[in-house]
Ligand binder design. Structure first.
Ligand SMILES: Cc1cc2nc3c(=O)[nH]c(=O)nc-3n(C[C@H](O)[C@H](O)[C@H](O)COP(=O)(O)O)c2cc1C
Length: 191
């Protein structure tokens, strides 16, 4: 069923539409409806997005959190935040695909990105730029900003194999104060 101007729900569905069909009008002011999308393997990026959504909601924005793979259209969206866990210095496939499929619509919206990865405290002290693989996926898409946050790898997280735990550093290195502060900056920018 086509989305009408009165349909205020984000258009989730079985698959993405192509970028051209996805392009809505240039964002109106004030910017109100924010999509927070993520790709995750072990749940960490999803929890980061939940914290971001909480802050944006507290700032009065209308927020929807969705798995990147589930987002069908950005027609009803005024701004996008997209994040992914890092694996071999690369975003997960669904995040890369999101950028590829929705590129046309994203180019017309304010977009913020984050990567979550380092299993140490390095992200607390350094402004870690996007990896070359992520930069390649983003390409020339204009973005408002990118942040790298620490990651989390713990045995009790979903889908974590014993072999992974045995061969990687474990712990939760996400700085939720920093994540929430960044979210408030975004809320402020969206005014
Ligand atoms: C197999 C594997 C490879 C990883 N590779 C990287 C990496 O290249 N760079 C990085 O910063 N973190 C890396 N990490 C850490 C993850 O990015 C981190 O655990 C992140 O929080 C996972 O996010 P998710 O739970 O949302 O999937 C790796 C973790 C695993 C298990």
């Amino acid at each position: 069923m086509p989305t009408t101007p009165d349909d205020r729900s984000l258009d989730a569905g079985p698959g993405p539409t192509d970028g051209a069909a996805d392009a809505g009008p240039a964002h109106p002011t004030p910017l109100r409806r924010v999509l927070v999308a993520y790709a995750t393997k072990h749940g960490s990026a999803a929890e980061i997005c939940a914290a971001i959504a909480e802050e944006l909601g507290a700032a009065g924005l209308e927020v929807e959190v969705q798995e990147a793979a589930e987002v069908r259209s950005l027609r009803q969206v005024d701004a996008v935040i997209l994040g992914s866990g890092l694996y071999s210095a690369t975003w997960l496939r669904d995040a890369n695909r999101f950028v590829r499929v929705h590129r046309t619509a994203l180019a017309r919206l304010p977009v913020w990105l984050f990567s979550s990865g380092p299993l140490d405290r390095s992200a607390d002290f350094d402004d870690i730029p996007m990896t070359p693989h992520v930069a390649e996926a983003v390409g020339t898409l204009p973005i408002q900003g990118h942040r790298t946050f620490g990651g989390r790898l713990v045995p009790e997280a979903p889908e974590v194999a014993e072999g992974i735990i045995a061969t990687h550093r474990t712990g939760d290195f996400r700085d939720f104060d920093a994540i929430r502060a960044w979210s408030r900056e975004i809320a402020e920018a969206l005014g």
